[in-house]
Design a protein around this ligand. Structure first.
Ligand SMILES: C[S@@+](CC[C@H](N)C(=O)[O-])C[C@H]1O[C@@H](n2cnc3c(N)ncnc32)[C@H](O)[C@@H]1O
Length: 400
């Protein structure tokens, strides 16, 4: 049997992720019209080349998988996977679930950030929306424009080459904004260019981990803020300018006097408690609770693991902590003005004492506070974060 758009629509229907009115849309837009000849399905990272194996390529195109189409911002060539995946055709079921949240109806003006192949812009156009889609990479933007024109959506989608964090004022005000790249700071432009009551759906996360959660924001009447819950655990390639910036975290360098100074303590928590698996809520929740912190878990074979925590310099210098887990009792070492491990541990106990709420119980309020500046306030019901104010009362260097 030949697989095609109907196969994908039926698959998504079986997974129960298709919003009402979208089955025909997924059946109408052929993903093969957008996906290039060379792809790396993200669960294998092995090249599939349409010219060498058209059947396998087609099966991958109509599967529910993200298909990497670019590595290292286009600097990588060859058949091997590159260092960092920088563009893809997004996972269809993730797109379907985000479209459910977006609730875009025919006739609406939609801004999309992160055009990629143009497939998700094509879905919105097939739904009857008027779409402005922004792609930062000129080569990808040109290809997406060609793909959309060849698929018959050229008149319905305007592809802009540029930085999507600036939005595109001329196409607004937008009824809906869909973002298909991971966000760490919501740009003020999206709120300012949205219509009052507009819905913005974006993958959002913290520097703590590489995962994201889809966030459904509703824009306020004055267009100075937006708020809403997290709806779906996922992971997206990040906006180019919002990838983790190691310089902000001291370049992950250890202080010269790390071994002499870092105070050793222990903990009752285990590695799995605070790291969790992919899409586990714990890493995401800890990231909400412990701001300006980058966590890096490192496995040492089967015998142990270290969770490194790097604190950004927010005016008092960098902080660093290492939690070593192995056969013996864990060892915690901390240095710098913040006790990062204690912040993580206290946050974990807070989360555990509440019955380990999932990401759906959390949300974010974004307020435009100045020219292009936003404040991001995570919340859990009436509780706002950080729970434990970053502690700066650690004994002075050399003591304790
Ligand atoms: C996961 S892909 C989008 C996939 C698309 N939804 C599809 O199904 O084909 C993310 C895209 O965002 C683009 N991107 C990254 N930073 C951007 C920015 N600041 N403005 C616009 N696009 C950006 C990347 O170049 C990449 O093509």
């Amino acid at each position: 049997m030949t697989v095609g758009p109907d196969t994908l629509a039926a698959l998504l229907k079986r997974k129960d992720v298709l919003p009402a009115g979208w089955e025909s849309v997924f059946g109408m837009v052929a993903r093969e019209d957008f996906v290039p000849a060379r792809i790396w399905p993200d669960d294998t990272e092995a090249l599939l080349d349409r010219d060498r194996d058209p059947e396998a390529w087609r099966r991958a195109v109509y599967s529910d998988r993200a298909l990497v189409t670019q590595w290292d911002d286009g600097r990588h060539s060859g058949t091997e996977a590159g260092r960092l995946a920088t563009s893809s055709a997004s996972t269809p079921s993730t797109l379907a679930e985000m479209l459910y949240d977006l609730d875009a109806a025919p006739g609406m003006r939609v801004l999309e950030v992160g055009t990629g192949t143009g497939y998700s812009a094509g879905l919105l156009a097939a739904r009857g929306c008027r779409v402005t889609s922004i792609e930062v990479d000129p080569h990808l933007a040109r290809r997406a424009r060609e793909n959309l024109a060849a698929a018959g959506f050229g008149d319905l989608v305007e592809v802009i080459t540029g930085d999507g964090t600036l939005g595109h004022r001329a196409g607004g005000p937008y009824d809906r904004i869909q973002v298909t790249a991971g966000v760490r700071r919501v740009p003020a432009a999206w709120i300012e260019q949205a219509a009052p009551g507009a819905v913005i759906v974006l993958p959002w996360g913290t520097d703590y981990g590489s995962g994201d959660c889809a966030l459904r924001l509703v824009v306020g009447a004055d267009r100075r803020g937006a708020s809403g819950p997290f709806t779906l655990a996922t992971a997206f390639m990040k906006l180019r300018a919002q990838r983790p910036d190691w310089r902000r975290y001291g370049g992950a360098a250890l202080p010269d006097d790390w071994t002499a100074y870092a105070r050793a303590t222990t903990t009752t928590l285990g590695y799995d408690d605070v790291v969790g698996g992919p899409f586990d809520p714990v890493g995401f929740v800890l990231g909400l609770c412990v701001p300006d912190c980058l966590a890096r878990p490192v496995l040492h074979g089967i015998f142990g693991a270290t969770l490194w925590l790097y604190g950004a310099d927010t005016g008092r210098g960098h902080s660093i902590a290492a939690a070593d887990f192995g056969a013996d009792a864990p060892t915690i070492r901390q240095s710098g003005p913040r006790r990062l491990w204690h912040e993580v541990e206290a946050s974990w106990h807070w989360w555990n004492a509440r019955g380990r709420p999932t990401i759906h119980d959390f949300g974010l309020t974004v307020t435009v506070t100045g020219d292009g500046v936003v404040d991001q306030q995570p919340w859990y019901g009436a509780t706002t974060f950080p729970l434990v104010p970053p502690a700066h009362d650690w004994p002075a260097r050399g003591r304790g």
